[in-house]
Design a protein around this ligand. Structure first.
Ligand code: NAP
Length: 295
């Protein structure tokens, strides 16, 4: 199964790591990226490059996408020479981007009309888990396609969930990232408050790590945040997009989300200060700038 021909659309932080992982594990991979130069490194590692998303889908039975947001996910499917131009019966399209359920519904209907099969399969886990094949995959849609592409998911992830109808994967991912967005804000506020109180941030990290709030995110990001190192693993602009989409879901269902709403404001402020391409931990800089001594 590992020699199956897989298309891969979108070679950003996540897509590049995931496509490299498939190559390392013996898959034949054909890549496409909007900015073509990003294909070069993959080609050096044995991938083929397709001219357009349509050309990739024509060549491959299964095509995976990992794109920034709903606009990108829709564009790659519906625009000229997009996925729809070549998807047919017997082919599967797996969109692993983080989008809202509405976007997934649109893509699913269009693919179905052409006779193809569709899975949404957003992931939890960042650059390093993507490199190490340790993602958590939140799939929903065609169950048969899910079973067929399990060898792909086995390489990309440490665990995959099948969540039923299209939309459930998108919603699960938004709930997870909404929680994460609140956590990083609380953590950043705590670091600022500790420092302003004359406490050691390092000691705060040690105290947190020994207790019930211990988690890999605080452990990994804490030291980098203390030194204002926000090299992007998960760009802040994408985290804010996820907060926006999660809040829209809450609006739709009349679910109050005061913590998420406040966290979203901090991310928006960070974007307005030009921090969108930094890691989402850069929200720390906003909270620090609002702190004592800033006025
Ligand atoms: P990224 O580094 O910003 O890459 C985004 C990709 O989307 C690039 O390949 C970019 O192409 C492409 N793209 C953007 N707009 C496009 C358009 N209009 N048409 C075609 N392609 C377009 O983002 P990433 O971190 O890899 O994230 C990708 C997705 O995974 C996002 O939905 C994100 O929320 C989700 N995610 C990310 C992480 C993480 O930790 N990074 C974790 C879980 C989920 P160009 O190269 O031409 O710009």
């Amino acid at each position: 199964m590992a020699d199956m021909e897989v298309g891969f659309l979108g070679l950003g932080i996540m897509g590049k790591a995931m496509a490299l992982n498939l190559l390392r594990n013996g898959f034949k991979v054909t890549v496409w990226n909007r900015t073509p130069s990003r294909c070069e490194e993959l080609v050096e590692h044995g991938a083929s490059a397709g001219e357009t998303p349509a050309a990739v889908v024509k060549k491959c039975k299964y095509t995976v996408a990992m794109l920034s947001d709903p606009a990108a996910a829709l564009s790659v499917v519906f625009d000229e020479d997009g996925v729809l131009a070549q998807i047919t019966q017997g082919k599967g399209y797996i969109d692993m981007s983080t989008v809202d359920a509405e976007t997934s519904f649109k893509i699913n209907s269009a693919i179905k009309e052409k006779g193809g099969d569709f899975l949404e399969a957003p992931v939890s886990g960042s650059k390093k888990p993507a490199e190490d094949g340790q993602l958590i995959i939140l799939a929903a849609g065609d169950k048969e396609l899910y079973e067929e592409v399990e060898p792909i998911f086995d390489v990309l992830g440490k665990k995959s969930f099948f969540l039923g109808a299209v939309g459930n994967g998108a919603k699960m991912k938004l709930v997870v990232n909404m929680i994460m967005g609140g956590m990083i804000n609380a953590f950043a506020e705590g670091l600022v408050l500790a420092e302003s109180s004359g406490l050691s941030q390092r000691t705060l990290l040690d105290v947190l790590d020994l207790g019930a709030m211990s988690n890999p995110m605080f452990r990994m990001k804490g030291p980098a945040m203390m030194s204002s190192n926000h090299a992007p693993n998960f760009p802040l602009k994408h985290q804010q997009k996820d907060m926006r989409l999660a809040l829209a879901l809450g609006d739709e269902l009349a679910v109050p989300m005061p913590v998420a709403a406040a966290a979203n404001e901090s991310f928006k402020k960070a974007r307005s200060l030009g921090l969108g391409d930094e890691d989402f931990s850069a929200v720390y800089e906003v909270l620090k700038a609002l702190g004592p001594g800033s006025v």
